[in-house]
Design a protein around this ligand. Structure first.
Ligand code: SF4
Ligand code: SF4
Ligand code: SF4
Length: 139
């Protein structure tokens, strides 16, 4: 079932008041490079953080409720722009490219072996310019 979850915390609107962090019971909001992100696997979708943010800095998306376990690349949408391979796109550099042995074309893959280090921030999902990175949610 789809439900609303916080995703991006807009650094241009966020004033670092920390009200969202204080309001988050499961401590799903974390810092990287002095910016705030939400760990989807910890978030309970209560939206208290959104309620307390006076600057409307927290973007909300509708997504399946469950546990993030993998990412698939939609090859129809992926243009192999390689943005996901750039430093900083994924905190853990979990995207890679390889040559398809049959077509000899470059393709993008998610490194599922690195899933333990994924911070479930869904930054990749929201930042792929072609919406080609699809979260796999289990129940
Ligand atoms: S929706 Fe609730 S659980 Fe999720 S980050 Fe906001 S306060 Fe925390
Ligand atoms: S950022 Fe998106 S469109 Fe670009 S290569 Fe990666 S998956 Fe493909
Ligand atoms: S959710 Fe996406 S961007 Fe965030 S750490 Fe995991 S693979 Fe990287």
């Amino acid at each position: 079932m789809e439900k609303l979850f916080p995703i991006n915390i807009n650094p241009n609107l966020c004033v670092r008041c920390q009200k969202c962090s204080y309001s988050c019971h499961p401590k799903a909001i974390f810092f990287r490079d002095s910016l705030r992100f939400v760990d989807y696997n910890k978030c309970e979708g209560c939206l208290k953080c959104v309620d307390v943010c006076e600057h409307n800095a927290i973007e909300v998306i509708s997504i399946e409720e469950g546990k993030l376990t993998d990412f698939k690349i939609d090859t129809d949408k992926c243009t192999v722009c390689k943005k996901c391979l750039e430093p900083g796109f994924c905190f853990q550099n979990l995207f890679e490219s390889k040559i398809d042995p049959e077509t000899r074309k470059t393709m993008i893959l998610f490194n599922k072996d690195g899933m333990d280090s994924c911070e479930s921030c869904l930054k990749c999902f929201s930042n792929c310019p072609n919406n080609a990175i699809i979260p796999v949610i289990s129940y």
